[in-house]
Design a protein around this ligand. Structure first.
Ligand code: IDP
Length: 161
C-alpha cells in the first residue's frame, strides 16, 4: 500500500486476531486465516508464540478481577497461539461479526465461533472489539517493524480507492 498512490493519507484500519490454543491444537489455523483472506482483508503481521502470563494480564487487563480469569489464563497459556494483524476498511467491526459473539452458544452458524466452538471458555479465536482496543492490542503484541505495508495485487478489486 503506497501512500503516494492513495487518496487515503494513512494506513487503513487494522485489527488483532488470534487463534487461541484450542484452535491451534484442533488444526483450525488455516481455515480461520482463509475466512479473512477470502473476505478481502490484508494480512500485515503474523506470528506463533507461547503467551506469557504477563502479556495476557495486559491483554485482558479489564478482566483480571473476573471469577473466570484464572481459568482464562490457564486456557490461553495451555499451548501456542497464532496472532495476526489484518487490515482493511471497517476491519474491526467486520471481523467481530465474522467471529461471532463471545459465547459460542449464542453464535450463528457461519461465524467462526458458531461453526467451530460450543463453550465460552473454549471459543477458538480472539478479535479486537473496538478501534481503540485494536490499537492497544496491536502495540502490545507486535513491534512496528514486524507489521508490513505491502501492495496486494488485487486490492483495486477488493477495496475502493
Ligand atoms: P471477547 O473475547 O469476545 O472479546 P471478552 O469479554 O473480552 O470477550 O472475554 C475475553 C475471553 O474471556 C473470552 O473470549 C472467553 O475466552 C473468556 N470469557 C469471557 N467470559 C467468560 C465466562 O463467563 N466464562 C469463562 N470464560 C469467559
Amino acid at each position: 500500500w503506497h501512500r503516494s498512490k492513495s487518496t487515503h493519507p494513512d494506513v487503513r484500519e487494522r485489527t488483532l486476531i488470534a487463534v487461541k490454543p484450542d484452535g491451534v491444537q484442533r488444526r483450525l489455523v488455516g481455515q480461520i486465516i482463509q475466512r479473512f483472506e477470502q473476505r478481502g482483508f490484508k494480512l500485515v503481521g503474523l506470528k506463533m508464540l507461547q503467551v506469557s502470563e504477563d502479556l495476557l494480564s495486559q491483554h485482558y487487563c479489564q478482566l483480571t478481577s473476573k471469577p473466570f480469569y484464572r481459568n482464562l489464563v490457564d486456557y490461553m497459556t495451555s499451548g501456542p497461539v497464532v496472532v495476526m494483524v489484518w487490515e482493511g476498511d471497517n476491519v474491526v467491526q467486520s471481523t467481530r461479526t465474522m467471529v461471532g459473539p463471545t459465547n459460542p452458544a449464542a453464535a450463528q452458524a457461519g461465524t467462526v465461533r458458531g461453526d467451530f466452538s460450543l463453550h465460552v471458555s473454549r471459543n477458538v479465536v480472539h478479535a479486537s472489539d473496538s478501534l481503540e482496543g485494536a490499537q492497544r492490542e496491536i502495540q502490545l503484541w507486535f513491534q512496528g517493524k514486524d507489521l508490513l505495508n505491502w501492495d496486494c495485487y488485487d486490492q483495486n478489486l477488493t477495496m475502493e480507492e
